[in-house]
Design a protein around this ligand. Structure first.
Ligand code: GTP
Ligand code: MG
Length: 334
């Protein structure tokens, strides 16, 4: 490495305007494209900067500077490995559920919870917003949460309940959850595209989209709209994963299920959004109710490296909890 390169590597840029070759006008264009921070620019591709009229050469230089500024590079495999080693884990509040996920939800990837209404998707999201504020020794990330709510089901009262149970100051916990309601799928996408600055300024370590698919499902109806729906969902998910990587944050999305009446074999229930959502969300957990009221069954359906499996937990006044020995089904045959 030449001295000049060495110097470049050590350079840290706080904002877009500090990057070499980026003046106020270019910074403005980048922001219009949804890149508000050095961190998010580091995750951009040259093609994504094209609409701003930025030449390939200039785009490449800007992205490289942004990448070296935050100490990542996608060029070398050892750097990728280094990034992977920075993965942190966030507790769900249930030891059993954490075990299923090999220690909790990972940063830098997307975890999808899908299941029928009342299966506990939103409850888990609420719990994670509280847990993320815990110190690492208690399974948290000492960070804030960003909650994109598409169905108006976020409840501050529920957060207060959960925070009290963990001995946290409810007022503080509520303050550390940045809430945005998305009114349409376009609005939902817009919110996420403009989220990077909020994430950075507030030390957000958890991003929730509850529900990922509800707006898309109700707005894009029929076969002829399927392709454009998938394309938008794909873009949305990629944006999410970039933010999660850039800020070493946990990303969680929820998804409803639909019955597949034309399916004779296997599970006749499948998540909305099909394979595009499936491929970008790295870990998928299927939730369902057990016969016993508060008990839920979580099945790890896909993960890059963990085996499939099932665990049970419960939803109580306190939040997401493990079930006691007495509550465990005696012999479930599983
Ligand atoms: P949809 O968004 O409708 O698809 O469902 P969801 O999967 O998000 O369900 P959600 O997480 O909202 O779960 C709702 C269920 O959680 C309720 O039916 C209750 O069983 C349980 N629940 C929610 N709040 C409380 C609470 O304060 N106390 C207790 N004991 N249970 C609760
Ligand atoms: Mg819900």
């Amino acid at each position: 490495m030449s001295e000049e390169e060495e110097g470049l590597k050590k350079q840290r840029y706080e904002s877009l305007e500090d990057l070499p070759g980026v003046g106020p006008a270019t910074a403005q264009k980048l922001k219009e494209l949804g890149f508000h921070t050095v961190e998010s620019l580091a995750m951009a591709t040259v093609r994504e900067l094209e609409p701003a009229g930025i030449s390939e050469k200039k785009a490449l230089a800007m992205i490289s500077a942004a990448r070296s500024s935050i100490g990542i590079s996608f060029i070398r495999a050892d750097e990728l490995l280094k990034m992977r080693q920075n993965v942190l884990r966030l507790t769900t509040g249930s030891k059993a559920l954490d075990k299923l996920l090999d220690g909790g939800l990972e940063t830098q990837t997307i975890t999808e919870f899908y299941g029928e209404y009342g299966s506990g998707k939103s409850q888990i999201c609420h719990q994670l917003c509280v847990n993320v504020q815990l110190p690492p020794e208690k399974g948290g990330l000492n960070g804030a949460a960003l909650y994109i709510d598409t169905e108006n089901t976020f409840r501050t009262e529920r957060i207060v309940q959960m925070a009290k149970h963990l001995g946290l100051d409810p007022e503080n916990v509520v303050k550390n959850i940045i809430y945005a309601e998305a009114y349409t799928s376009d609005h939902q996408m817009f919110l996420l595209e403009n989220a990077d600055e909020v994430v950075k300024q507030n030390n957000v370590k958890l991003i929730v989209i509850d529900s990922l698919t509800a707006h898309f499902r109700s707005e894009y109806i029929g076969r002829e709209m399927l392709a454009s729906r998938q394309q938008k969902l794909n873009k949305h998910m990629h944006r999410l994963i970039r933010i999660a990587r850039a800020f070493n944050a946990v990303a969680v999305v929820t998804n409803q299920v639909m019955a597949k009446p034309d399916m004779f074999f296997g599970d006749a229930i499948s998540p909305i959004g099909g394979h595009i959502v499936g491929h970008t969300s790295h870990t998928r957990v299927y939730l369902r109710r057990a016969s016993h009221g508060s008990v839920r069954i979580a099945r790890l359906v896909s993960s890059p490296y963990l085996p499939e499996g099932e665990e049970i937990f419960k939803i109580t006044e306190n939040g997401i909890e493990d079930i006691s020995e007495e509550e465990k089904p005696k012999s479930s045959g599983r």
